[in-house]
Design a protein around this ligand. Structure first.
Ligand code: NAD
Ligand code: UDP
Length: 312
């Protein structure tokens, strides 16, 4: 029998790649999305498939569907989008998690939360293992997202302790690739789009802050492995990221180089609470999931540039 799988945020960047993977594996997929940052174009190729259904729905409102697994990805992930309506972002994280946990309890489904490296905030420990508790400002402009995601993790583990729910939590580090929207606002899509248009490359701050960038295919593999991990007692949280660490200035130079662009680098103010460094420890994922990323930054950038070029 086909596994029935619900993907919230399924019309977004990561969600649409996950839907592709699940359809390929022979699952019956229900994609739920309110299209705030997602786009029907991301799933257009799936819309005629009898094993794929799209429901336009806001996860802050309860939903009842019979499924075996739930991947909870609904939430804007780019700072400009999640800061656009911070109250809605907090509601999406917290009420969305509560609604999906409630659904999972009713239909006895396994539920996976797409958490984030942002739960570590601006980390004082580097690189970040899962047992690091983070350094998060509870009242800053990133808090709606960071604290929302932290609360969602809390709810997941309380539902496990109190209701014996079958949960999985992955902490995703910066992920990029095809289907990021042109106006996504995150650094890789911004730099590529700017370079291809010949516009200035906007570095926030002096560009010495670091990030560790993971190509989307690696993430989908890790998330899929976690959901289908047979050890029910292994709930995570588990870091899924690429430990290759780069400064934002190095990234800008790489993108300029790879696009042969004549764009200039310009420096803009650093937004508040922007983490100075970020890099995952992935020993747990290697040990428990037999997973590690395979696509280095240059290779992933090449595929992403090829995706954006015809759109410009
Ligand atoms: P995205 O913005 O492309 O996708 C989010 C999707 O959720 C969009 O389709 C959006 O329309 C939908 N959505 C937002 N609010 C909703 C609501 N209230 N109800 C229903 N749908 C809603 O971002 P993404 O990069 O694909 O991120 C997906 C998930 O992965 C998010 O939960 C994000 O926090 C997490 N994550 C992503 C990254 C990354 O680097 N891409 C890193 C860490 C965590
Ligand atoms: N950034 C930048 N220029 C941009 C977009 C982002 O210099 O046009 C910086 C941003 O300040 C941060 C890093 O790149 O230090 C990663 O930003 P992104 O929004 O991609 O992800 P996050 O900060 O959530 O990790």
């Amino acid at each position: 029998m086909r596994k029935r799988v619900l993907v919230t945020g399924g019309a977004g960047f990561l969600g649409s790649h996950l839907c592709d993977r699940l359809i390929r594996e022979g699952s019956d997929v229900i994609c739920v999305d309110n299209l705030f940052t997602g786009n029907k174009d991301n799933i257009r190729h799936l819309l005629g498939n009898p094993y794929f259904e799209f429901i336009r729905h806001d996860v802050t409102v309860p939903l009842y569907v019979e499924v075996d697994q739930i991947y909870n990805l609904a939430c804007p992930a780019s700072p400009i989008h999640y800061q656009h309506d911070p109250i809605q972002t907090a509601k999406t994280s917290v009420l969305g998690a509560l609604n999906m946990l409630g659904l999972a309890r009713r239909v006895k489904a396994r539920v996976l939360q797409a958490s984030t490296s942002e739960v570590y905030g601006d980390p004082e420990i580097h690189p970040q293992p899962e047992n690091y508790r983070g350094c998060v400002n509870p009242i800053g402009i990133r808090s709606c997202y960071d604290e929302g995601k932290r609360m969602a993790e809390t709810l997941f583990f309380d539902y496990k302790r109190q209701e014996n729910l079958d949960i999985k939590v992955v902490r995703i580090f910066n992920t990029y690739g095809p289907r990021m929207s042109l106006n996504d606002g995150r650094v890789i899509s911004n730099f590529i789009v700017q370079a291809l248009k010949g516009e200035d490359i906007t570095i926030y701050g002096d560009g010495s802050q670091t990030r560790s960038f993971q190509y989307v295919d690696d993430l989908i593999e890790g998330m899929y492995k976690m959901m289908n991990e047979t050890d029910k007692d292994f709930c995570g949280p588990v870091n899924i990221g690429n430990p290759g660490e780069f400064t934002i200035k190095q990234l800008a130079e790489k993108v300029l180089n790879m696009t042969s662009s004549a764009s200039k680098i310009v420096y803009k103010p650093l937004p508040s609470d922007d983490p100075a460094q970020r890099c995952p420890v992935i020993d747990l994922a290697i040990k428990k999931l037999d997973w590690k990323p395979h696509i280095p930054l240059e290779e992933g950038l090449k595929k992403t540039i090829e995706y954006f070029r015809p759109l410009i």
